[in-house]
Ligand binder design. Structure first.
Ligand SMILES: Nc1ncnc2c1ncn2[C@@H]1O[C@H](COP(=O)(O)OP(=O)(O)OP(=O)(O)O)[C@@H](O)[C@H]1O
Length: 282
């Protein structure tokens, strides 16, 4: 599908506020002599201070896009720019939260969260003060001396996000941040992300999700990828939902449901056709 909104609208230098601009990017992987194409001619644009959700079928290359922005891999063709500069090596100006958790099991919660400050040689007293403040904000006061294995999945995810915020960068890349959480905790974490991470800091966030309702509830825009090799087939602008602080009511609004349905029709058209025939909603 051709969509007039697809493709970078800015040059990456930032005057119109793009934090990330990807243009004409193709990426392939060669494993044991076999080459497979992950991305073809991808163009996308993540406005500064906004949340961009990335959705698409499994294997379409969503994580690969985050890896390109993080600079852990390089494209064969095209360019990736962050804050106006080409990404040509590991990008230390983004915080990357991979799927699962990457906390150091031998470090306490305090020492995990304070790690970015430790790397910047901030004094022990100052980094512990900042870490304590941010842990309290995320409801983890009193858990500073715990080890990751002693925490629930939701707590570990909050520790990861707290650590990302202390890294002092303005762009967060999140790969299915709430995928493994139960439904109740997921909504709580989504509200945390909107309120504490996004509204209070103004960070740019790109996040990958399989949950189309989550993509709409959190995203200012949702970028839809084709099945692999992935390219961008649509950008859904989510600019008509009003106040998002009540996420549960939000999901009942006709506008919300219209966006989700549009995404379903792009990501899994066969399900939409089947459910239309049976009168069910996918
Ligand atoms: N490091 C790698 N080495 C080899 N192949 C890779 C590598 N990373 C990704 N791929 C391949 O690239 C394609 C896209 O993978 P990617 O993980 O980006 O997709 P995805 O959309 O994030 O998938 P999912 O939704 O299932 O997590 C897949 O075919 C995958 O096997």
């Amino acid at each position: 599908m051709n969509d007039p909104t697809v493709g970078p609208s800015h040059d990456g230098a930032g005057p119109s506020g793009s934090a990330v601009v990807i243009d004409g990017v193709s990426k392939q992987f060669t494993v044991h002599g076999r080459t497979s194409q992950a991305l073809v001619d991808v163009a996308l644009d993540a406005p500064r201070g906004e949340i961009t959700s990335l959705v698409g079928p499994s294997g379409c290359g969503k994580s690969t896009v985050l890896n390109l922005i993080a600079g852990t891999i390089e494209p064969e063709t095209g360019s990736v720019r962050h804050n106006g500069a080409p990404v040509v090596a590991i990008n230390h100006d983004v915080a990357y939260l991979p799927q699962g958790d990457d906390l150091f099991p031998w470090r306490t919660v305090m020492d995990n969260v304070a790690l970015p400050l430790e790397l910047r040689r901030v004094s022990r007293a100052a980094r512990h003060r900042q870490a304590r403040e941010i842990l309290a904000l995320f409801g983890l006061a009193g858990r500073e001396s715990s080890y990751p294995a002693q925490l629930s999945g939701g707590m570990r995810k909050r520790v990861q996000i707290a650590r990302a915020l202390l890294s002092g960068v303005d762009t967060l890349l999140m790969d299915e941040p709430f995928g493994a959480l139960d439904a109740q905790l997921k909504v709580r974490m989504q509200i945390d992300l909107l309120e504490r991470v996004h509204r209070q800091t103004g960070n740019t966030i790109l996040f990958v999700t399989h949950d189309l309702a989550e993509a709409v509830a959190l995203g200012d825009r949702v970028v839809v990828f084709s099945p692999g090799p992935g390219h961008v087939i649509h950008v859904e602008n989510i600019d008509d939902l009003g106040d998002r602080s009540d996420l549960l009511s939000l999901t009942e609004s006709p506008e919300f449901q219209r966006h989700v349905r549009t995404l379903w029709s792009l990501v899994a058209p066969e399900l939409v056709h089947r459910s239309a025939a049976s009168g069910a909603t996918p």
